[in-house]
Design a protein around this ligand. Structure first.
Ligand code: AP5
Length: 214
């Protein structure tokens, strides 16, 4: 099962992708997480990506495409995977399709998690991310057992640099301009599934599983 998660920043793609990866026992591949890990490690890729991410802009396609194409060719992806945050532009989607086609494969479904812009800014202000394992929480909708401490690894939680309201607004603009066209791209391929992301997380999850199958 090869799945793409679509949706605005903060729509809940990462939350659902982690749950789906656990249910279907396939890797969760988040380009945002890959960049954040590189930033933490101080790699050249991380330094370049940070310049764009801190401004709410997309990292250039040439820094993303090969990275994902190589990742999905690894052995643990043979049974499928969930892509979260990729593709994000039409050229990224075309490059992915072309790479998969070369090995006789294709994406099965693109799931669009829909949340209106007005909910996003407040949702992001309440998000907390773990500096250790990357788990995400919400101070109201998905709190940790102990405030400010990750339930999974015990590390400290932070407000991501790009979750400041001004940067979130910029990310939303970039999403509408560059990423939303992917909805029509996958609709034209007959692969699009749309779910309401404004309802509680377990309801979003159930709706996606109904689409993908048990
Ligand atoms: P990335 O990390 O992918 O950020 P994003 O797409 O903006 O998505 P988010 O992680 O912010 O949100 P999400 O939809 O996963 O929501 P979440 O589940 O956390 O990318 C960051 C940056 O990296 C980009 O801006 C770009 O610069 C760069 N980048 C990454 N990929 C790239 C690519 N392919 N090309 C170019 N650049 C790239 O949920 C949000 C909050 O809401 C959480 O607190 C959660 O607990 C809560 N929540 C979730 N669901 C619900 C619900 N149903 N009800 C209430 N609260 C909920």
């Amino acid at each position: 099962m090869k799945i793409i998660m679509l949706g605005a920043p903060g729509a809940g793609k990462g939350t659902q992708a982690k749950l789906l990866a656990e249910k279907y026992q396939i890797p969760h591949i988040s380009t945002g997480d890959i960049f954040r890990a590189n930033i933490k490690q101080g790699t050249e890729l991380g330094k370049k990506a940070k310049e764009y991410m801190d401004q709410g802009l997309l990292v250039p396609d040439e820094l993303v495409v090969d990275l994902v194409v190589d990742r999905v060719a690894q052995d643990d992806c043979a049974g499928g995977y969930i892509l979260d945050g990729f593709p994000r532009t039409i050229p990224q989607a075309e490059a992915l399709d072309a790479a998969l086609e070369r090995s006789g494969e294709q994406i099965d479904r693109a799931v669009d998690v829909e949340v209106a812009d007005e909910h996003i800014v407040s949702r992001m202000a309440g998000r907390r991310a773990c500096v250790g394992c990357g788990a995400t929480y919400h101070i109201q909708h998905n709190p940790t057992k102990e405030e400010g401490i990750c339930d999974h690894c015990g590390e400290t939680l932070i407000l991501r640099d790009d979750d400041q309201p001004e940067t979130v607004r910029k990310r939303l603009d970039v999403y509408h301009e560059q990423t939303q066209p992917l909805i029509d791209y996958y609709r034209a391929q007959g692969k699009l599934a749309e779910v309401d992301g404004a309802v509680p997380m377990d309801e979003v999850f159930d709706a996606i599983v109904r689409i993908l199958g048990e």
